[in-house]
Design a binder for this molecule. Structure first.
Ligand SMILES: *[C@@H]1O[C@H](CO)[C@@H](O)[C@H](O)[C@H]1NC(C)=O
Length: 218
């Protein structure tokens, strides 16, 4: 009786994002490709803004050589991530932590300096103010190991221009939610990275005019 009840409770708090169900395969392939040459050793990855937890459980299933630390600012997201971890019996995902990327890295849930091989942020920057973007790059610059990677996935402006029209609409919709948010400019992020000891190494085209940006700690 008790275990049945617990399963039901888990179902209720496992949040489902239709977008995450659509894009996880592309993200997994991208990550497997980017991390392939390091798959002989155990890596440590911090995910910022893990949301429902749908991505991290797929990443863990496909890439057992990575220990995943999910995080989110929202309690309901952390509850959802915990429920996904329990439901999938994931062994390589740590319990989610509260992390606000706009805070200085010392407040990033105790993640030590130079401890991460990967920091990944999926669909986070377009829903962030510039202050949060600054915090994210500054924090990533501190917690990444030398040669570690910061990977950001989302839609972007390029040199002040947003194309095509679907991305312009997306930017307008996001700015209606919060005028401080919106599609970040790749060249602004490139400079933020440079100012924090990282170099933008690759732009990977993803589905529906989304991109992954790969920054390396130098
Ligand atoms: C933005 O413009 C500069 C100067 O023309 C160019 O070097 C850079 O590659 C452009 N950015 C992107 C992301 O295409």
């Amino acid at each position: 009786m008790l275990s049945l009840f617990l399963v039901l409770v888990e179902r209720v708090i496992m949040l489902l994002s239709p977008q995450a169900e659509k894009n996880w395969e592309g993200l997994c392939s991208m990550l497997e490709d980017v991390l392939e040459d390091q798959s002989h050793r155990q890596l440590f990855a911090l995910e910022l803004g893990s949301g429902t937890g749908q991505h991290v459980i797929r990443f863990a299933q496909k890439m057992p050589f990575v220990t995943w630390q999910p995080s989110d600012i929202k309690e309901e997201s952390r509850d959802s991530i915990k429920a996904y971890i329990a439901a999938t019996h994931a062994k390589t995902i740590l319990q989610p932590v509260h992390l606000d990327a706009s805070e200085p890295w010392e407040k990033w849930a105790g993640v030590p300096r130079s401890s991460c091989d990967v920091v990944i942020a999926i669909n986070l920057l377009q829903y962030s103010s510039f202050k949060t973007a600054q915090g994210l790059f500054s924090g990533a610059g501190q917690i990444l190991k030398l040669n570690g990677l910061l990977i950001t996935y989302g839609a972007y402006a390029i040199n002040g221009t947003i194309t095509p029209s679907c991305n312009e609409q997306l930017d307008e919709e996001i700015r209606k939610m919060n005028p401080e948010w919106g599609l970040p400019d790749i060249d602004v992020l490139r400079q933020l990275a440079y100012g924090n000891g990282m170099r933008m190494e690759r732009i990977i085209e993803m589905e529906e005019y989304y991109k992954c940006l790969i920054f390396r700690k130098i």
